[in-house]
Design a protein around this ligand. Structure first.
Ligand code: AMP
Length: 205
């Protein structure tokens, strides 16, 4: 089973991806996490993508597809994609790759959350750079201020969750990622899910 999670930045893709990948034993592939890890490890890919992430712009499709194909080449489980694809060209690249292996995408789950709600959520999001756990200072704060409940690491506000970058990411999403809804509707595997309620309720739906 291969699943794509689609939705605004801050719609809850990362949180849902963790719940669903555990529940269905899927490999969770987050291109955002891959890029952030490459940046902190100072690899050549990290150096190449860092400017795009801090500006809230998309990494070029050819580089994203190269990273994804390298990941998929060694993956034997079904995959849950979080933050990928983000353009129609990436979606077509993924379809071609899967088709060449006799595979495909079984479902695209669209987390439907209002724009105002995601802007508020992103500003109060904190993430643990060590174990990637996600918190929200308003709805799911850590037990101890600024520290991760799971690994004790210090929580950070992502560079790209700062207000001016949030606005850029939302507009990039509308221009380049929103057209994916029509693309997947055309393929008949698109399922909208209301992303407003708490994480567990969304996962059940
Ligand atoms: P995310 O954690 O999914 O919000 O991604 C953080 C940032 O990584 C994005 O704002 C982009 O700069 C970059 N990024 C992540 N996934 C992709 C992708 N599929 N295509 C292009 N850029 C991406």
């Amino acid at each position: 089973m291969n699943i794509v999670l689609l939705g605004f930045p801050g719609s809850g893709k990362g949180t849902q991806a963790k719940i669903l990948s555990d529940k269905f034993s899927l490999a969770h592939i987050s291109t955002g996490d891959i890029f952030r890890e490459a940046i902190s490890a100072k690899t050549s890919i990290g150096r190449e993508v860092s400017g795009y992430l801090s500006a809230g712009r998309l990494v070029p499709d050819n580089l994203v597809l190269e990273v994804i194909k390298a990941k998929l080449a060694t993956e034997t489980r079904g995959v849950l994609f979080d933050g990928f694809p983000r353009t129609v060209d990436q979606a077509q690249g993924l379809d071609d790759y899967f088709a060449s292996r006799g595979q495909g995408i079984d479902a695209v789950l669209f987390l439907d959350v209002d724009e105002e709600a995601v802007v508020a959520r992103l500003g109060s999001r904190r993430t643990c750079p060590k174990c990637q756990k996600i918190y929200n200072l308003l709805s799911s704060p850590p037990a101890k201020a600024d520290l991760c409940d799971s690994c004790g690491g210090p929580l950070l506000l992502r560079e790209d969750d700062k207000p001016e970058v949030i606005r850029r990411r939302i507009s990039v999403y509308k221009d380049q990622t929103e057209p994916l809804a029509a693309y997947y509707k055309g393929l008949g595997n698109f399922y909208p899910v209301k992303g407003g309620p708490g994480p567990e309720a969304v996962a059940v739906e």
